[in-house]
Write a protein that binds this ligand. Structure first.
Ligand code: SF4
Length: 220
């Protein structure tokens, strides 16, 4: 099977079965999504969603968050990983939004990565989710799943290399959805330790399955 065929089959499957895939983070506006994505680094979306309602109640705007005291904000995100750094990042990010971007969340990757706590992955999430820009955020799920299926070459060893390869092959209009497809597949089926190949609908197009599972099927 050529790489082109693999992409076609996998993307068609997702398009047909989960056409409306979207982020599992709960938010009402770009500022809230930006806060939620910053909090989600090294943390589950579930935990972030438990935390953000109280945070958004107390700090609903960049203005309010920029004026927050560390000691007031910190307890609200204490249960999230790295609360110390993330408290500093949120307050710093809100201040920069006011000082540099007129209180609005900018919609380019180059501008977003200037904000404290925002790296390329976060910037790609924001621009693809809010603005449907063809930017691929490569998190641990996207990295693992795209390599296992064989969407990217074994030599793609960094998130940026994986991002570039995916972007090269996925039709532009599908990129913002494909990000969620790969994340959801990695979160619920192609999980890190023991991928659930026995319940996966992608086996016939998956390189990992072809190499490591199919040859040994029925041997136990
Ligand atoms: S067949 Fe297995 S390795 Fe391949 S995508 Fe499905 S769960 Fe992942």
């Amino acid at each position: 099977m050529t790489k082109k065929q693999r992409y076609e089959h996998v993307l068609n499957f997702f398009q047909e079965h989960i056409p409306d895939a979207e982020t599992e983070l709960i938010y009402d506006n770009p500022f809230q999504l930006l806060v939620a994505v910053i909090l989600s680094a090294q943390c589950t979306d579930k935990r972030v969603n438990l935390t953000t309602p109280a945070l958004f109640r107390k700090y609903p705007t960049p203005q309010k968050m920029a004026a927050a005291d560390f000691d007031d904000l910190f307890p609200l995100i204490r249960s999230i990983s790295y609360p110390n750094n993330k408290t500093k990042h949120l307050i710093g990010m809100a201040n920069m939004l006011l000082e540099k971007f007129n209180g609005q969340v900018p919609m380019t990757v180059d501008e977003l990565v200037q904000l404290p706590g925002v790296g390329r992955k976060t910037a790609n999430v924001i621009t693809s989710v809010i603005d449907e820009q063809p930017n691929m955020a490569v998190d641990t799920h996207v990295f693992r799943v795209s390599k296992r299926i064989g969407l990217v070459s074994a030599g793609a060893s960094t998130p940026l290399a994986v991002e570039k390869e995916l972007i090269r092959h996925i039709p532009e209009h599908m990129v913002h959805r494909a990000h969620h497809w790969l994340i959801l597949h990695g979160r619920y089926v192609c999980v890190a330790r023991n991928p659930k190949c026995h319940e996966c609908p992608l086996t016939q197009w998956c390189k990992y399955y072809e190499t490591f599972v199919a040859p040994y099927a029925g041997q136990d």
